[in-house]
Design a protein around this ligand. Structure first.
Ligand SMILES: Cc1cc2nc3c(=O)[nH]c(=O)nc-3n(C[C@H](O)[C@H](O)[C@H](O)COP(=O)(O)O)c2cc1C
Length: 323
């Protein structure tokens, strides 16, 4: 499928941007299992200008980390234009604009999902980005601030009119945050109303749920978000399900240990030992979801400070059984 004129994708499974999660080690790990397009987490247009170490690290990529999108958060034209200028020296394939983040610290500045309340303003920002970005521009939206179907269509059409190349749509409202049902019907209506690709997001936790999203909405591709946490092989599993109509065998505990170990090394290589181990702690919990009686080991991992201690915790998982 052509997501944009210059970006042809073999896979219709895309790794969603996730703040604090989709760093270079995580993206490369997911790519090993069949993820093709991935995103850097949202970056505030204003803070891009500070060129902090943290922002530099967010923008880090390498030759294997392709194709790759970057996502901007913001609302002020001057900061957005400066951000485009800065991003010009990086090689991203797509520029996505975030109009979906429900975090109060973001919405109270009138950014993220707050822009869903004003489709005209959102359209104006997107037009500015389209006119000035050297790479194709997309947008990530939700169904709206709170629910009204006509509002969702109005937002999506305003985005399309602004000249963007695709819409990523999380099938929940801002008020739902990450809970409650995904509205497949409204995504389907948006897909029917637009001529550009629509990529759906929300509860893509299994092959069955991915198939449901494709079948019920007619979307062009899906975004995998929480489903990839501690579960990067989900890309392989969903592809298998879509092809064969059944779930493949789950990875063995031994292969999960191998994957965890490689992920830990990649975090330490990227962030240094101290920060890398701290960052890996949350992944340890996700990887060990469903392991019987794992709690004490998990608590131990949340205090681990060195790569060696964390590795011992990972290897100790071999003594546990997965449900
Ligand atoms: C920890 C976390 C961080 C997220 N960060 C971002 C982000 O930076 N940009 C964005 O557009 N969406 C972000 N999202 C939303 C996801 O991309 C996705 O749309 C949402 O989680 C719904 O999909 P799911 O139900 O399959 O998790 C984030 C979600 C989570 C759980």
């Amino acid at each position: 499928m052509f997501l944009t004129d210059n970006l042809k994708l073999r896979s219709r499974l895309i790794l969603a941007p996730m703040s604090g999660i989709t760093d270079l080690p995580f993206r490369l790990l997911n790519r090993r299992f069949g993820c093709e397009l991935a995103f850097v987490e949202m970056i505030n247009a204003r803070s891009l200008g500070y060129k902090s170490k943290k922002t530099q690290r967010l923008l880090s990529t390498d030759a294997q980390d392709r194709p790759l999108g970057v996502q901007l958060l913001g609302k002020e034209p001057a900061y957005l234009l400066r951000a485009l200028d800065i991003l010009n020296s990086y090689k991203f394939d797509l520029l996505d604009f975030n109009a979906a983040c429900p975090a109060p610290k973001v919405t109270k500045r009138g950014e993220g999902a707050s822009l869903l309340k004003d489709p005209e303003k959102l359209g104006g920002i997107l037009k500015l980005l389209v006119e000035n970005s050297p790479v194709p521009v997309t947008v990530k939206i939700r169904l709206g601030w709170d629910k009204t179907e006509s509002n969702t269509r109005e937002i999506a059409l305003a985005a399309q009119d602004a000249g963007i190349k695709a819409v990523f749509i999380h099938g929940r409202t801002k008020m739902q945050e990450y809970h409650g049902d995904v509205d497949y019907d409204v995504i389907a209506k948006v897909k029917k109303a637009l001529r550009i690709p629509v990529i759906a997001s929300g509860n893509i936790f299994s092959g069955e749920l991915a198939k449901r999203m494709f079948d019920e909405t007619g979307c062009d591709a899906v975004l995998i978000a929480r489903g990839a946490l501690g579960n990067p092989w989900i890309f392989r599993e969903i592809s298998y399900f879509l092809e064969h109509g059944k779930e493949p065998a789950r990875p063995s505990v031994i292969s999960i240990i191998e994957i965890m170990s490689g992920h830990l090394d990649a975090c330490v290589g990227f962030y240094g030992e101290k920060a890398g181990v701290v960052i890996f702690r949350k992944f340890f919990s996700w990887y060990t979801k469903g392991f019987r009686k794992i709690r004490p080991l998990r608590e131990g991992s949340s205090r681990a400070k060195t790569q060696e201690t964390m590795r011992e915790m990972i290897e100790a998982c071999g003594r546990y059984q997965k449900q």
